[in-house]
Design a protein around this ligand. Structure first.
Ligand code: CAA
Length: 381
């Protein structure tokens, strides 16, 4: 597999890096402390084409490949993983599905504003009793003339209160189990959509996570995506791509941690020399570099498999499993290299640790990734 970047991919990566360093970085720490959503930044990212990167221009997007998306997401998450997850959910979990399975009417009405950044989307699968066991959906959608009436609770919804449109899973036929799950496009403004309190999180505090209640929400039948009963397949296929996005987010945090450790170790002196001259520190930096590069290769491989129309379920799960572990490991090691300074807010590495942990949990825990990998690899032996 050739990992040389094209001129266009290099330009996208550099544009994302410039934007992250100049427009996102100055306010990242304050947003983390105050748990503030980056409204203005997301608006600008929409204008720059970062919110619908893989959607064709015809539907308001930038028409780029997955690798370009990964490069941009990595750069943005390196500076602010909260902005990274907002971008990832809109691109991978909402625009992807509407582009793939939506009707032209749904694309005109919902995809265009979502891909161009005028509106924001959220993906609603998890429920209080359906996390890793995603088939155990309890939210119902009952047909009533030209409408479906939705009732239930969705939780841990990224962009929950800030999104305008939800890519929502609900049971249209509970007797069929997961084959009775369907996908709907639900607007936040529909009567009966109830937004819960924003979660007070350990990390990615600049992003918005909350519970969504659905109380007799009447959704027009034209907002059903595809056939009734195809929702679980849509959700799983969507998450395959989503996992590449979260892997890129994790890679961004891992890289930031590594670079912070290198920089600090060259500045900090102990025993009359920079601590970078001590083998105890060099071994840490070497391990961090190896793991970061290995994660990057897995993430880029998954993106390229998707772009080349190859199977990527296993590759995406491997990338997410490994990159998320590296992001946690690197941030812990970066704190260790910083000593006491790493434990306080003045240096950024304590946030990297807090932000990294969620990458091992959302869009499928590391345990779920192992299940996905094992099932896929056993098919080919
Ligand atoms: N890709 C495509 N199809 C898949 C799939 C995948 N990765 N995984 C399962 N499927 C299909 C299966 O082929 C099967 O369909 P058929 O019967 O037609 O063959 C169907 O889905 C059911 O699959 P299983 O029989 O394997 O079901 P299971 O219950 O044994 O396992 C699971 C399913 C893999 C554990 C799944 O429930 C899962 O992925 N769970 C994790 C859910 C998750 O990732 N949640 C994240 C929430 S969203 C989020 O975090 C977003 C955010 O805000 C950041």
């Amino acid at each position: 597999m050739n990992f040389d970047l094209s001129e266009e991919q290099i330009q996208i990566r550099d544009a994302a890096r410039d934007f992250a360093e100049n427009e996102i970085a100055p306010s990242t720490v304050q947003r983390d402390i105050k748990a503030e959503f980056p409204y203005e930044i997301i608006k600008k990212m929409g204008e720059l084409g970062f919110m619908g990167m893989m959607v064709p221009p015809q539907w308001g997007g930038s028409g780029m490949d997955t690798l370009s998306y990964v490069l941009a997401l990595e750069e943005i998450s390196k500076v602010d993983a909260s902005v990274g997850v907002i971008m990832s959910v809109n691109n991978s979990l909402v625009c992807f599905g509407i582009n793939k399975w939506g009707t032209d009417e749904q694309k005109e009405k919902y995809l265009k504003p979502l891909a161009s950044g005028e509106k924001l989307g959220a993906f609603c699968l998890s429920e209080p009793e359906a996390g890793s066991d995603a088939t155990a959906q309890k939210t119902t959608a009952v047909k009533d003339g030209d409408y479906f009436v939705l009732n239930g609770i969705k939780n841990w919804i990224t962009n929950g209160s800030t999104a305008d449109v939800y890519f929502m899973q609900a049971m249209t036929n509970p007797e069929l189990g997961y084959k009775g799950i369907s996908t709907f496009l639900v607007e936040k403004s529909f009567p009966g959509v109830e937004i819960g309190i924003k979660e007070d999180k350990l990390g990615i505090r600049g992003s918005d996570t909350c519970t969504i209640g659905l109380n007799e929400v009447r959704v027009p039948k034209e907002n059903l995506m595809g056939e009734e009963g195809s929702g679980f397949k849509f959700a799983m296929e969507t998450l395959n791509g989503g996992r590449i996005g979260i892997a890129a987010q994790a890679l961004g945090i891992a890289t930031a941690s590594f670079e912070a450790a290198v920089k600090y170790s060259k500045q900090r002196k102990a025993f009359d020399k920079p601590i970078a001259d001590l083998q105890a520190i060099q071994f840490k930096l070497a391990d961090m570099a190896v793991n970061t590069d290995a994660a990057r290769l897995l993430v880029y491989r998954a993106a390229k498999c998707k772009d080349e129309g190859k199977k990527y379920i296993k590759e995406a799960a491997m990338a997410k499993l490994f990159a998320s572990k590296v992001s946690v490991d690197n941030s812990l090691e970066a704190i260790q290299v910083h000593g006491g300074y790493g434990y306080v807010r003045e240096y950024l590495v304590e946030r990297y640790l807090r932000d990294s942990k969620i990458t091992e949990i959302y869009e499928g825990t590391s345990e779920i990734q192992r299940i996905v990998i094992a099932r896929e690899l056993l098919k080919s032996y």
